[in-house]
Design a protein around this ligand. Sequence first.
Ligand code: SF4
Ligand code: SF4
Length: 207
Amino acid sequence: MGVLINKKRCDNAEECPCILGCPAKAFYYDKEKETVAVHNELCINCRRCMITCEAGVVKVYRNEEEYKKLKTEYDDDAMTVEELFQDRFGAVSVDPKYKCDVKELDNLIADANKPLLIEFYNENEATCLVNSVPIRKILEALENKVSYRKIVVKDLLQIDKFSIIELLALILIDKKEIVYKREGFVNAQDENDLLDEIKTFNRNTKW
Ligand code: SF4
Ligand code: SF4
């Protein structure tokens, strides 16, 4: 007997109510992996966590057969982190027409016939999905003089030539040169600052 958590659908919150409610202190937060987890050897199978988790991602199994069935169900679950954050927090989904593979980046820059605004993000990072940049407002602030692409970056080494150390990041490239860069975009105040900065940049730039 024990507990299985569907990590693909869990918020993995440090303040998870299942931790507080667990009478055996079996449910815990794993700081190293940044996930919730269960010490099954301590679990008394009271099912409290299963009832507490409103997202329904915690299940108690009573035997090996139930464990295997649950494990297969979780393994086969096609939910992605991107979909989870769209579902939970209304993160903005990416319009496929703006998506571009990082491998195409050099050709994209070489072939650009107008300034190119690129957003680099990691689809597995909550901050990147929840804090989607206000791209429509940015394009308006740039008077729609640029093309826009959104590129998934799994490892910053993939874009090390741009010296970016934090995602989300935006770069604007004109005639193969970076003319604007902003990284580590995180909250609403940043959004206002970003838009002010872009408007100033647009005013001061001869396109
Ligand atoms: S309440 Fe459920 S979904 Fe939220 S962190 Fe805890 S186990 Fe995960
Ligand atoms: S079933 Fe009960 S003891 Fe086991 S992890 Fe859940 S709350 Fe804790």
